[in-house]
Design a protein around this ligand. Structure first.
Ligand code: HEC
Ligand code: HEC
Ligand code: HEC
Ligand code: HEC
Ligand code: HEC
Ligand code: HEC
Ligand code: HEC
Length: 403
C-alpha cells in the first residue's frame, strides 16, 4: 500500500507559492495592524448554538494544532512509514506530545522535523507544515483520505525526500482565521507564530470581535448588534465576495494576504486567475463562485447567493434532502414548466429526494489528478459542479443506481 502519489492539491499549493512570489511586490506591511480578535470561545455565551454546531464544520477544522485527533494518519508501528524506494524512507513517530517526520537514507537518519500545523479537515486529505524559527515549510509526507494512508506531499518529487518548500501567507489566508505575516525584501515570508488563530472561525468571516464582545457584555439589555460587521445590509456582490475570496480558485493578489475584510470589494485586493470566464474554461475544482455565477439559477434569481443553499454554521455534508429542499424553495415542484422539473422519472425515483445528483453532479476535475502507486493512469478527482444545469448522463447514472 506504500507509494501513493498524491497530486490532489498539487496545483493549489504549487501555483499558490508562484502567485505569492510573482504578485506580492517587495516588502509588505502587516495586514490590518493589531486586529482585536476575541477568539470564538468569547462568542459562545451569547451565540451558543452557532458556536456548538460550527465546531463540526470543515471550515473550523481546516487548520489545527497537531494532536491525536487532528492528525488522521497512523503512528502505529507497521503503519507509520512512507517508503519512497529501497534506500529512502520517512518514519512518522510520536514521542510524548511531539509528532515527528524523520528521513532515513540507507537506514541512516538525515533530517528530522516536528509537525507544526495540520492543514485540511481530512475530507480529501491533509498536509503538514513545520516551523523553522519564524518561517513555515511543508513536511515531506501528507495524508490521503481515500486510501487512509500516508502519501508523498503534493508538489514534491516522488523519488526524493524534500523538506524545502516554503509556505506563503496566502496558504494560511485560505486555511486559518489570522496570522501576522510579512514578506521581506528578499522575498522570504516570515510569520509571527503567536498571532496564529487556527481554523476558519467566526472572526474570519465576521471580522475581529473584541469590541463587539466588550460592548454587549457591558450592555446585556441591548438586542441590536454593535461593533461587528453586519451582513444584513450587504449587496449580493458583498455577500458573494465573502465566500469568493477563498472559493473562486487561485487569485492574483494586489494587496497582502489578510487585508481584505468582508464587506469590501474583493477585486480591489485580488483578481480572478482565469482569463476567460466561460464555463468551458472553468475547472470544477475550487471555483464554486465562477461556476455558480454562470448558471441560469443565478442569472434568473436576483436573490440567489451561496447562503441560498449553504448554512455555513452547520456541517450539512451529504444531506441531499436538506439541499433539495432549498431548490424547492424556488422551484415550486408541480408548478408550471421552467419553474418545476420537467423530467418524468421511472417508478421508484422521487425527484424531491435528491435534485442535486442530477443537476449538480460530481464531475471529474481537469486540473486535479490522483494516482495510486501501481496504477498506470491517474484518475481525476471528483468534485461537485456548481454550474446548475440539465445533465442527461448524470440522470442516466442516477436512475440506474437508484431504481
Ligand atoms: C455578550 C453577548 C455577546 C457576545 C459575547 C457576542 N455577541 Fe454577537 N451579538 C450579540 C447581540 C445582542 C447581537 C444582536 C442580536 C442578534 O443578532 O443575535 C449580536 C449579533 C451578532 C451578529 C449579527 C450581526 C448582524 O447584524 O448581522 C454577528 C455576526 C455576531 N454577533 C458575531 C459575534 C461574534 C463573532 C462573537 C465572538 C467574537 C460574538 N458575536 C459575541 C451579543 C453578543
Ligand atoms: C484561494 C484559497 C486557497 C489557497 C491559497 C490554498 N487553499 Fe487549500 N483549499 C482551498 C479550498 C477552497 C479547499 C477545498 C476545495 C474543494 O473541495 O473544492 C482546499 C483544500 C485543501 C486541502 C484538502 C482539505 C480536505 O480535507 O479536503 C488541503 C490539504 C489544502 N487545501 C492545503 C493547502 C495548502 C498547504 C496551501 C498553501 C500552500 C493551500 N491549500 C492553499 C483554498 C485554498
Ligand atoms: C464561513 C464564514 C462564516 C463563519 C466561519 C461564521 N459565520 Fe456567522 N454568518 C456567516 C454568513 C454568510 C452569515 C449570513 C447568513 C445569511 O444571510 O443567511 C452569518 C450570520 C451570522 C449571524 C446572524 C444571523 C444568525 O444566523 O443568527 C450570527 C449571530 C453569526 N453569524 C455568528 C457567528 C458565530 C458566533 C460564528 C462562530 C462560532 C460564526 N458566525 C461563524 C458566515 C460565517
Ligand atoms: C478563508 C477562506 C474561506 C472562506 C472565507 C470561505 N471558505 Fe468555504 N472552505 C474553505 C476551505 C479551505 C474549505 C475546505 C476545508 C477542509 O476540508 O479542510 C472550505 C469548505 C467549504 C465547504 C465544504 C464543506 C463540507 O463539509 O464539505 C462549503 C460548502 C463551503 N466551504 C462554503 C462556503 C461559503 C458558503 C462561504 C461564504 C459564506 C465560505 N465557504 C467561505 C475556505 C473558505
Ligand atoms: C433563489 C432561487 C433558486 C434556487 C435556490 C434554485 N434555483 Fe434553479 N432556477 C431559478 C430560476 C429563477 C431559474 C430560471 C427559470 C426560468 O428559466 O424561468 C432557475 C433555473 C434552473 C434550471 C434550468 C437550467 C437551464 O439552464 O435551463 C435548473 C435545472 C434548476 N434551476 C435547478 C435547480 C436546482 C437543482 C436547485 C437546487 C440545487 C436550484 N435550481 C436552486 C431559481 C432558483
Ligand atoms: C443551488 C444550491 C447551491 C448554491 C447556490 C451553492 N452551493 Fe455549494 N453545494 C451545493 C450542494 C448541493 C453541494 C454538495 C454537498 C455535498 O455533497 O455534501 C455543494 C458543495 C459545496 C462545496 C464542497 C465541494 C466539493 O466538491 O466537495 C463547496 C466548497 C461549496 N459548495 C461552496 C459554495 C460556494 C462558495 C457557493 C457560492 C459561490 C455555493 N457553494 C453555492 C449547493 C449549492
Ligand atoms: C433523476 C434525475 C433528476 C432529478 C432527481 C431531478 N431532475 Fe430536474 N430535470 C432532469 C432532466 C433530465 C431534465 C430535463 C428534462 C427534459 O428535457 O425533458 C430536468 C429539468 C429540470 C428543470 C428545467 C425545466 C425546464 O424546462 O427548463 C428544472 C427547473 C428542474 N429540473 C429542477 C429540478 C428540481 C428542483 C429537482 C428536485 C426537486 C429536480 N429537478 C430533480 C433530471 C432530474
Amino acid at each position: 500500500m506504500k507509494g501513493f502519489i498524491f497530486l490532489l492539491i498539487a496545483s493549489v499549493i504549487f501555483t499558490g507559492s508562484i502567485i505569492c512570489a510573482a504578485f506580492n511586490p517587495g516588502s509588505v506591511p502587516a495586514a490590518r495592524g493589531n486586529p482585536a480578535f476575541a477568539g470564538s470561545a468569547a462568542c459562545a455565551s451569547c451565540h451558543a448554538d452557532i458556536f456548538k454546531s460550527s465546531r463540526h464544520t470543515a471550515h473550523f477544522q481546516t487548520s489545527a494544532v497537531p494532536d491525536d485527533a487532528s492528525i488522521k494518519g497512523s503512528f502505529t508501528p507497521g503503519k507509520n512509514q512512507f517508503v519512497y524506494n529501497k534506500w529512502m524512507v520517512v518514519e512518522l513517530e510520536k514521542k510524548k506530545d511531539v509528532f515527528l517526520q524523520t528521513a532515513y537514507m540507507n537506514g541512516i537518519p538525515t533530517e528530522q522535523r516536528e509537525f507544526g500545523i495540520v492543514i485540511g479537515s481530512g475530507r480529501k486529505g491533509q498536509t503538514y507544515l513545520y516551523w523553522d524559527k519564524n518561517r513555515l515549510f511543508q513536511l515531506p509526507v501528507s495524508y490521503f483520505t481515500p486510501a487512509n494512508d500516508w502519501c508523498n506531499s503534493p508538489g514534491y518529487s516522488d523519488n526524493y525526500i524534500r523538506f524545502d518548500r516554503p509556505i506563503p501567507a496566502t496558504c494560511l489566508e485560505c486555511h486559518a482565521t489570522y496570522i501576522e505575516a510579512k514578506e521581506r525584501k528578499d522575498g522570504i515570508t516570515v510569520f509571527n507564530k503567536k498571532t496564529l488563530l487556527y481554523g476558519i472561525d467566526c472572526e474570519r468571516c465576521h471580522g475581529p470581535g473584541a469590541a463587539h464582545v466588550a460592548f454587549h457584555t457591558q450592555h446585556p439589555e441591548l438586542k441590536t448588534a454593535s461593533n461587528i460587521i453586519s451582513t444584513k445590509s450587504f449587496s449580493r456582490q458583498q455577500r458573494l465576495d465573502a465566500c469568493a475570496q477563498c472559493h473562486s480558485g487561485l487569485r492574483k493578489h494586489t494587496q497582502p494576504a489578510f487585508s481584505f475584510a468582508v464587506g469590501q470589494k474583493l477585486d480591489d485586493y485580488s483578481t480572478p486567475n482565469y482569463d476567460i470566464d466561460t464555463v468551458g474554461n472553468l475547472d470544477v475544482h475550487g471555483n464554486q463562485y465562477g461556476l455558480l455565477t454562470a448558471c441560469k439559477c443565478f442569472k434568473m434569481a436576483e436573490q440567489l447567493d451561496c447562503s441560498s443553499c449553504h448554512n455555513v454554521h452547520v456541517s450539512e455534508r451529504q444531506n441531499m434532502a436538506a439541499f433539495s429542499q432549498r431548490c424547492i424553495n424556488c422551484h415550486n415542484m408541480g408548478g408550471v414548466a421552467h419553474d418545476s422539473c420537467s423530467y418524468k422519472p421511472p417508478a421508484g425515483i422521487v425527484l424531491a429526494d435528491n435534485c442535486v445528483d442530477c443537476h449538480m453532479p460530481l464531475l471529474p476535475s481537469r486540473k486535479i489528478m490522483l494516482k495510486l502507486a501501481n496504477a498506470s493512469v491517474a484518475e481525476a478527482d471528483m468534485v461537485r459542479t456548481h454550474f446548475v444545469n440539465v445533465y442527461q448522463d448524470a440522470t442516466k447514472r442516477f436512475v440506474e443506481k437508484n431504481r
